[in-house]
Design a protein around this ligand. Structure first.
Ligand code: HEC
Ligand code: HEC
Ligand code: HEC
Ligand code: HEC
Ligand code: HEC
Length: 270
């Protein structure tokens, strides 16, 4: 082997080792965040019962895990011990009245990290009913176990409201306008979410092309604040306010999208 070829081989091996090393340390880092959390380490290995084992996987693929929220933040218990009984002290099945994830206690449990949403929910008739009689939806009714970003489709939400609000012989006098309006508001929220996906993507392309899009990024952030307010007010069942803010956010983000289209693809937009 010639000296230069040899040197090249050594160099590429070094480069490979560096790349491999950094990939490995990234994976290790990801695992390390919860490597000392025994709720996570033990539950990740459970295969039975199915109803318990499956909950681990809801969490594993969730936004909460991505943001470092361990099981104990919602369920209680002691994550520092690997002895099941000690770890489970204060952890109860969800239908147990002492459970932190019992429907009646969810607002307090989630409040620690979502104070604005919970303050809004507390204003609703649903919260009052939940406290008085356990009748009425709570956080997990719409967000399920791990609160995926998009909760349920507009028709699913309407069906959920209809269960109590528009069933002949149901628990409450029929109010067909409640599910109808809820469906419309959900459609308006979804439409706004869709516009943000579009505008965010264009913004990324602009940044990749090293164009000056700081003003657009700023305006999009302002529109996001409006959308977030809409989502917060949804929890107080203030449909008019939610609809107005969702549409306002949609229009503001749409304006940014149009300007980005002009900037990025001037020949196709007139
Ligand atoms: C050493 C293993 C182990 C550890 C550590 C552990 N769990 Fe469990 N967990 C289990 C097993 C096995 C079950 C199912 C059987 C049972 O209920 O004991 C279970 C059941 C549960 C349930 C279902 C409700 C119930 O009581 O039946 C919840 C909720 C739960 N665990 C949460 C947690 C949380 C939160 C932590 C950490 C604070 C944790 N677990 C730590 C093994 C563990
Ligand atoms: C963001 C809050 C939150 C986090 C984090 C969370 N859970 Fe849950 N969990 C809930 C809620 C709310 C319920 C009840 C509603 C439901 O079952 O969908 C629940 C229900 C469960 C149940 C069923 C209990 C029963 O009696 O039916 C199990 C088992 C469980 N979770 C395990 C876990 C494990 C294991 C982790 C961590 C790997 C975890 N959860 C993390 C909120 C959370
Ligand atoms: C220890 C803090 C913590 C607790 C407790 C917690 N969350 Fe979260 N949650 C977060 C973080 C952090 C995020 C991701 C950042 C964000 O969107 O706010 C998040 C995201 C969410 C989202 C998605 C928001 C979006 O932008 O798409 C929903 C819905 C949600 N949580 C509901 C709940 C519910 C319901 C509970 C109670 C069962 C709960 N959370 C408990 C910290 C928490
Ligand atoms: C009747 C259904 C319903 C109930 C009950 C409910 N939510 Fe929501 N939640 C929604 C909808 C719909 C959205 C907006 C989803 C979207 O478009 O991204 C949302 C959004 C959120 C967000 C994200 C807010 C943001 O700024 O992006 C959080 C956090 C949240 N909910 C937490 C909770 C908590 C905590 C509770 C209980 C106190 C709760 N939700 C009860 C339907 C519900
Ligand atoms: C588990 C049953 C239940 C479900 C599901 C339910 N609600 Fe309710 N809702 C109630 C109860 C109970 C009341 C209080 C009725 C009363 O006593 O005035 C109420 C009251 C309301 C009110 C206030 C009406 C008034 O007179 O002020 C609105 C608005 C409302 N619900 C909207 C919704 C929407 C939107 C959904 C679907 C996302 C929904 N509800 C799902 C049980 C439910």
């Amino acid at each position: 082997m010639s000296k230069t070829l040899e040197a090249l081989c050594v160099m590429s091996l070094v480069v490979m080792a560096i790349l491999y090393g950094s990939a490995l340390s990234q994976a290790q880092q990801e695992g390390a965040a919860f490597s000392k959390n025994h709720c996570v380490t033990c539950h990740s290995r459970l295969t039975a019962p199915l109803s318990v084992s499956s909950k681990y996987y809801d969490w594993h693929t969730s936004l909460h895990r991505d943001n470092g929220v361990g099981c104990e933040k919602c369920h209680g218990g002691d994550p520092t011990t690997d002895e099941r009984e000690r770890a489970h002290q204060g952890v109860f099945p969800a239908d147990h009245p002492e459970s932190r994830v019992h429907p009646a206690h969810l607002p307090e449990t989630c409040q620690a990290c979502h104070p604005r949403v919970v303050a809004s929910f507390v204003e609703s008739r649903h919260y009052q009913k939940l406290k008085e009689s356990n009748m009425g939806p709570s956080c997990a009714t719409c967000h399920e176990h791990m609160a995926a970003a998009v909760v349920q489709s507009p028709t699913e939400v309407a069906a959920l409201c209809a269960r109590c609000h528009n069933t002949v012989g149901g628990p409450l006098p029929p109010h067909p306008e409640i599910p109808e309006r809820a469906q419309q508001v959900m459609e308006a929220l979804n439409r706004a979410n869709g516009m943000f996906v579009w505008a965010d993507r264009l913004l990324e392309v602009g940044q990749e092309k090293k164009l000056d899009v700081t003003e657009e990024a700023h305006q999009l952030q302002a529109a996001k604040t409006v959308l977030s307010e809409a989502k917060v007010r949804w929890h107080a069942l203030e449909f008019d306010v939610v609809r107005k803010k969702a549409d306002q956010a949609f229009e503001q983000a749409g304006g940014v999208k149009d300007r980005l289209m002009k900037l990025l693809y001037p020949q196709s937009v007139r």
